[in-house]
Design a protein around this ligand. Structure first.
Ligand code: URA
Length: 215
């Protein structure tokens, strides 16, 4: 009989190396079995960017393209994000970019049909939390940019509401460290918005707040 860990027992913690920096972390994350999401995903999509980046951007989870390519924000949402960052005065190549959850979660009506993004549960987010905590501890960014509700809940707790706090600099304790955080909407929500231009302007305006906080 195959037994599975109860959902409460989901955690990446036993898979984390105790030394070796981001390279060791990324390598270990490739074999993470801390929750069931690894089963259907192609690969772990770990954060990307320099260990000395001044700003860390945190999204939700990899999408279809990211799952295939193994890097965060390389699909349509990532392209829009890059454009918005550049417009706001943040060089995307100088940022560290990662996700709250490192495996693509999706539904698929039939094999070979399109894979539809499915939001991670709180349990999956908290299972994956040790990777994000370790990334934060190593990169020690001066500013965290939270992209959307999932990243906000993962870092700031389940009561986080992006509409209430977006575009302001928040001082928060996260994993025992005093952090400065700017929250904004997820770039995918801009792609889905009825008023796409207005939503994009809102994203850029929030990112300008982040850019100013880094001056
Ligand atoms: N959306 C995310 O939140 N992260 C990615 O890496 C891609 C799309």
């Amino acid at each position: 009989m195959v037994t599975h860990a109860p959902e409460d027992a989901y955690t990446a913690a036993p898979f984390l190396p105790d030394h070796g920096g981001l390279t060791a972390l990324r390598k270990a994350a490739a074999d993470c079995r801390g929750c069931p999401l690894h089963r259907n995903a192609t690969q772990t999509v770990f954060g990307a960017g320099a260990e000395n980046a001044r700003v860390m951007l945190v999204g939700e989870q990899p999408g279809d393209q990211e799952d295939r390519q193994g890097s965060p924000f390389v699909g349509p949402a990532g392209k829009l994000l890059d454009r918005a960052l550049n417009e706001a005065g943040i060089d995307p190549s100088e940022a560290y970019i990662t996700n709250a959850v490192k495996h693509f979660k999706f539904t698929q009506a039939e094999p070979r049909k399109r894979r539809i993004h499915k939001a991670p549960t709180l349990r999956e987010m908290s299972a994956c939390g040790p990777w994000l905590a370790a990334e934060l501890a190593l990169v020690e960014p001066e500013l965290i940019v939270v992209l959307g509700a999932t990243a906000g809940k993962a870092l700031l707790g389940s009561s986080f509401r992006v509409t209430q706090v977006r575009g302001t600099v928040l001082d928060r304790e996260i994993h025992g460290r005093a952090e400065r955080v700017v929250a904004t909407v997820h770039p995918s929500s801009v792609l889905r918005a009825e008023d796409r231009e207005g939503a994009y302007r809102g994203l850029v305006s929030d990112l300008r707040v982040a850019a100013r906080a880094l001056l």
